[in-house]
Design a protein around this ligand. Structure first.
Ligand code: JFZ
Length: 441
């Protein structure tokens, strides 16, 4: 029986995936990059010889650091060694197909010359715009650009966490106009923008502004056709976020997979989604001391394979230093992922979910272009044989290594199950096997 539907004015306006060219392109990215750059990059998580335990880009909220000190950091913002071409080349070499850049984080500092606030990059010793040159360099490298924008703004006097009085609502209405102006400005200045990545939308003030967030979403898409906006912008009539009261996704893709990956396909609810991941345990902006375990390139590649196998994209975050350069470890990580991608990108780009039973050796992906099946292998069993159990009516005709086209022996088992026999059992790195299938069998 159909569930009772709650009538909504500001719920999802579309059920199911977007199928236009822009969204199809998004779906096929596979791998992306996130960049957090801002005033926090100057401090790197430290102040007065003390270290802040939280995420470095949140350091302004630390009670040991006076707001006045933080808000004057713009006088020291001078990324002298910033070269947009170098950033774009690094991303290209890593094999990413889209990038999301912070234009304004929670602190309210704007990396573009916004005419709606003085708290922007033109007032720093650096003086110049950072966003424009980045958009241009990435765009020219063939990497699609998305702009991160925090709605929550600690610098604006009109920002409210909640709307408890009439005065709160009056101030917050001014803030809404300010927000709309800034977003219009970004899309006007940087028309190459493919989408907006909203953040800081979890407070009551915003949850009570469902009508506004709905109209803002429609307005932005009207002035910028094809624009992609995830599920972190809107709230419905009742303040539900991501999914409306009827369980429908509000946004072009699910934006809630932050440092976590769906356990299986059911958990994705069949929606478009991406996972954004930090290399350390947590923390997005540059931190001199990295938090917890540092994910190795192969760990990140395994996450990438898992995301793509579940129809999602995987996005790795980088936090450049205040001078505009990347720490060595990040450069090495980007390099290693890139080296693997150069050989194996076919299994990642334009590929997605395959409904065959998952096996312990790794992950399947299927090409949306030609239906080829990829096995991304991380764990080779002791017997050196990889079990494949195709869905009914499909059978394996051929298996070969993507890295050198070497054909592998396919041994028939019960039904249409097979063992793919590896000649070399002690693999040291993840590798890909291509399967060609036929009907019947
Ligand atoms: C937010 C920011 O607060 C953070 O600084 C960073 O920019 C990150 C990309 O986004 O952090 C979040 C947002 C959402 C969740 C967790 C952290 N969440 O949904 O679990």
């Amino acid at each position: 029986a159909a569930q009772k539907q709650v009538p909504l004015q500001h719920g999802a306006h579309r059920i199911g995936k977007r199928t236009d060219a822009d969204m199809n392109r998004w779906r096929d990215y596979g791998l992306g990059e996130f960049i957090h750059m801002g005033l926090y990059s100057i401090l790197g998580g430290d102040y007065n010889s003390m270290h802040y335990d939280g995420a470095a880009e949140w350091i302004r909220s630390w009670n040991k650091l006076p707001h006045e000190v933080y808000d004057n950091l713009y006088k020291k913002f001078d990324p002298k060694n910033f070269d947009p071409e170098v950033w774009a080349r690094m991303a290209k070499n890593m094999g990413v197909r889209y990038v999301t850049i912070t234009t304004k984080h929670h602190d309210g500092f704007c990396l573009w010359p916004s005419k709606y606030t003085d708290f922007n990059i033109t007032k720093t010793p650096y003086k110049k715009d950072m966003i424009g040159p980045l958009v241009k360099a990435f765009d020219q490298a063939g990497i699609d650009v998305y702009l991160y924008f925090s709605v929550m703004d600690w610098h604006q006097a009109d920002w409210r966490y909640d709307l408890k009085t009439v005065a709160d609502s009056v101030a917050f209405n001014r803030f809404k106009t300010f927000t709309k102006n800034q977003l219009t400005e970004l899309l006007t200045l940087y028309p190459q923008t493919k989408g907006l990545w909203f953040d800081g939308t979890w407070d009551n003030s915003w949850k009570k502004s469902g009508a506004f967030s709905d109209s803002l979403d429609q307005y932005l898409k009207k002035i910028h056709p094809g624009l992609i906006i995830g599920s972190r912008l809107r709230a419905d009539d009742y303040g539900n976020r991501h999914f409306d009261a009827n369980g429908h996704l509000m946004g072009d893709y699910e934006q809630g997979w932050e440092r976590k990956i769906p356990s299986d396909y059911t958990a994705t609810r069949g929606n478009d989604w991406d996972c954004i991941m930090t290399i350390p345990q947590n923390g997005w902006g540059y931190s001199k001391t990295w938090m917890g375990h540092w994910k190795t390139p192969y760990e990140l590649i395994e996450m990438l394979a898992k995301c793509v196998s579940l129809d999602g994209n995987f996005v790795v975050n980088f936090g450049p230093k205040g001078d505009g350069t990347f720490r060595k470890k990040e450069l090495q990580t980007a390099d290693s992922i890139g080296a693997w991608m150069k050989v194996n990108h076919e299994a990642i780009y334009n590929a997605g979910y395959l409904n065959w039973t998952k096996q312990d050796w790794g992950y399947y992906t299927r090409s949306r272009k030609d239906g080829k099946i990829y096995m991304i292998v991380f764990n080779v069993p002791i017997n050196g044989a990889l079990k494949v159990s195709p869905a009914k009516k499909e059978h394996i005709k051929k298996a070969y290594l993507l890295q050198d086209n070497k054909t592998l022996h396919v041994e028939a088992l019960d039904g249409n199950d097979v063992f793919i026999q590896l000649e070399q059992k002690n693999q040291q790195e993840p590798f890909v096997i291509v399967l060609e299938t036929g009907q019947g069998g």
